[in-house]
Design a protein around this ligand. Structure first.
Ligand SMILES: Nc1ncnc2c1ncn2[C@@H]1O[C@H](COP(=O)(O)OS(=O)(=O)O)[C@@H](OP(=O)(O)O)[C@H]1O
Length: 295
């Protein structure tokens, strides 16, 4: 059980508010039913992050399973106040229609690093099984930077160079948001206050890139799905430089925004970044009782 179990604490004002919301919401919503027997239901699992960890790849790969029904776009229910304020009925309305044998899943990478989200997910379903995909924290920072850089390019806006965002007064700029998002142990501690470790399956995002099938098999087992996804569902696409998917003879790769080249950075700066994450990574490994092949 979590170290600090919300039920055992004197409920803080915020917990109380959340619980009230839960009660009123739980009594009030309906699962929309289609005439063909499918319905929209609350997700039984959520991909909670991390941003740039490979969440889209994980969702698409998992969707190869016939018993998975995935929400197409990021729902941002638990992290955006206006969405959360609409209540669970709104959340259900965002879900795909699914059959009773299917598990509904949504992915919103920002959940992992949003402080209010674990408690809110807990209030919806305390026994939910969560998926978290992580990748080398330094690589994640570069990927995060690249994403924001391209967002600016698309809007014909300028954006500072990687050096400009990573260095402040000659030192590593630890106030840079993307660095904070890579401090996995801080965010994980937040989740472990509400969920036991056994209910959060961590997908190795670096391994998912290099060899996706074994990682997906583990997810199937975690979600207690029958093993239906095969090695033949994946093939390496040389042009893309990544694995792509094969489903009933149809082949497709992820969108071009997935798998972009990262900026070249000075090797001393990269060393600094690796060094900076060394201790936080160690804390994370201790927290989850497992190590990862990170710098
Ligand atoms: N098969 C396959 N094809 C393409 N891309 C793949 C794949 N598997 C994992 N990845 C990695 O996914 C990274 C993007 O992560 P997310 O989807 O979580 O990004 S986001 O937070 O939703 O924007 C993306 O990051 P970048 O390489 O920085 O673009 C990829 O490295």
């Amino acid at each position: 059980r979590p170290a600090v179990h919300p039920k055992e604490e004197a409920p803080s004002q915020s917990v109380q508010k959340e619980l009230l919301k839960k009660t009123s919401l739980k009594n009030n919503f309906k699962e929309n039913i289609h005439s063909n027997g499918s319905r929209q239901q609350l997700p039984q699992t959520i991909i909670i992050g991390v941003r740039k960890g490979g969440t889209r790849a994980l969702l698409e790969m998992l969707s190869l399973h016939p018993n998975i029904a995935a929400a197409e776009s990021e729902v941002h229910f638990f992290d955006w106040e206006d969405h959360y304020g609409h209540g669970l009925q709104w959340y259900i309305n965002q879900m795909p229609f699914s059959y009773p044998r299917q598990i509904t899943v949504e992915k919103t990478p920002a959940y992992f690093t949003s402080p209010k989200v674990p408690e809110r997910v807990y209030n919806m379903n305390e026994s939910i099984r969560l998926l978290l995909i992580l990748r080398d924290p330094s690589e994640r920072v570069l990927s995060d930077y690249t994403q924001v850089f391209y967002n600016h390019v698309q809007k014909h806006k300028l954006y500072p160079s990687i050096e400009q965002v990573l260095i402040k007064d000659g030192e590593l700029n630890v106030d840079y948001k993307a660095i904070n998002r890579s401090l996995y142990y801080i965010h994980m501690e937040n989740w472990l206050k509400y969920f036991p470790l056994g209910h959060i399956h961590i997908v190795d995002g670096d391994k998912l890139i290099k060899d996706p099938f074994p990682e997906i098999e583990k997810v199937e087992r975690f979600l207690r799905l029958s093993p239906q996804i095969n090695a033949s569902n994946f093939y390496f696409n040389k042009t893309k430089g990544f694995y792509c998917l094969r489903d009933s003879g149809r082949e497709r790769c992820l969108h071009e925004s997935k798998g972009r080249a990262h900026p070249q950075i000075d090797s001393r700066l990269l060393d600094k970044l690796h060094e900076y994450f060394h201790e936080p990574n160690r804390k994370f490994f201790e927290l989850v009782g497992r190590t990862f092949d990170w710098h």
